[in-house]
Design a protein around this ligand. Sequence first.
Ligand SMILES: [Zn+2]
Length: 485
Amino acid sequence: MPIFFHFDFTNKQKYIFATNTLKEVVGASKIMDDINKEFAENFKETLYSGGGNGLAIFDDKKGVEEAVYFLNRKCLPVGISFIYTSHEYEKKDNAAYQDIKKRLAEIKMRGQAPYIDFFMPHGQLCKSCMSRNVSSNGDADFCFVCSAKSAAGPDAHNKIIENMNLNGGPGKWFLMNLEDIKKDNLEDKLYSVIAIVKMDGNALGKKLTSFIDKYPDNFLKTGKLSEEINKASHSAIAQACLDIFDEYIKNEKRMPFRPLIVGGDDIAFAISAKYAFEFTRKLSEYFTANTDGIGFDSPVTISAGIVFTHSSFPIVQSVELAESLLSSAKKHGLKLNPVNPPAMIDFQVMYGSLNDSIEETRDRECTIIDKNETIELWQKPYLLYEAGYEVKTIDSLVKKAKQLSSVIDRSKIKKLREIFKYDENSRSIMLKQIKNNIKNVKDIDGRKTFDECMNWAKENSKAYNCNGSTRREGALDLVEVFDLI
Ligand SMILES: [Zn+2]
């Protein structure tokens, strides 16, 4: 009788982003990919193996033992821990497939295996992850896990280029150092700000379930399907690069862009702040186009969370924040359409401490209480592109911010940020003051433009379905974006 074997690496995110060194981040991600690939090559019984997990259907217990032995041998030396489960079934069918997935989810719920961290009381601290695992041989400053990640880094760089099918010599495509992203912005006031973007597919679980339920042996095709999604991601990134970084590529300059994770629909990258919105939108559009016709009833949309932050901030915290923004974007998309959610984007500029959650930051800096009414001075998330909903697109926000910047200067924008902390009465007086000082720029009626922008920020409040005592205005979104474009 068939035995289903299902495994999953634990603490994937933590493993990948345990360091601020880009080479180690991409190296860690490659180590996981390689183990997945080798698993599939070693066991022809593999149904799929990717994104840190896998499923195989063996004929006997021996196959399972070999699989566990293989994973132990591959994972432990590089500091990866994993959980697995196996179970014998009457038949190789959809019911068995669903059951083994449930069993693994239950193990996950009960608690993940601890992150591997050996403690040696007299050991030296690793320079990268601060664990006390510094190896006695080889590189004396780093632990064995960080050494392994670092060693895999340069190769990961080439692999990404290869998978993306970009033509061009390796080495001139991406930055190997996050700090380098700011070099592209040297003339800007934004020289130290980068965007960390996290994206993943909307309602993919639901789509997968309905795909599997459609035909009895469709579960056997899940491997093929996840390959198609993986391809869709890689191609979409390549397509967006060619569109946005055309000039860089032509001049053989490095793009101010660095993929961090590209596995299945799971995408994370760092990018120069000024390209973040447009690149993300393009990537999202291409991804959806690439998933058309791969087997689902409809193409897969993909949402994004972006945190704008200092390039020297710990990347693990930036990625966590980007992830919570992503989940806010996706949640709102599901509210608009539970079956085929539109592609949404949420973002936040975090120049201060990264220790606050997004909610805390928004409560503290972007919310005012006025005559028993709570006014949230943002209208996030936005649509990534027009999809026929009342919510506005990120493009329209960028355009309005540009329009605003054409009539008032930077110092006034700072003032705007302050003004919104006052009650409605004082605010309208101060807004009038700013407005009266605006002069016409060439043939643009400055005051009219200012009013237009301010009203634009208000007009969409009801699209967010806030409860009766809360109103959502996008004034601070304009101010926030003003700084980035
Ligand atoms: Zn280390």
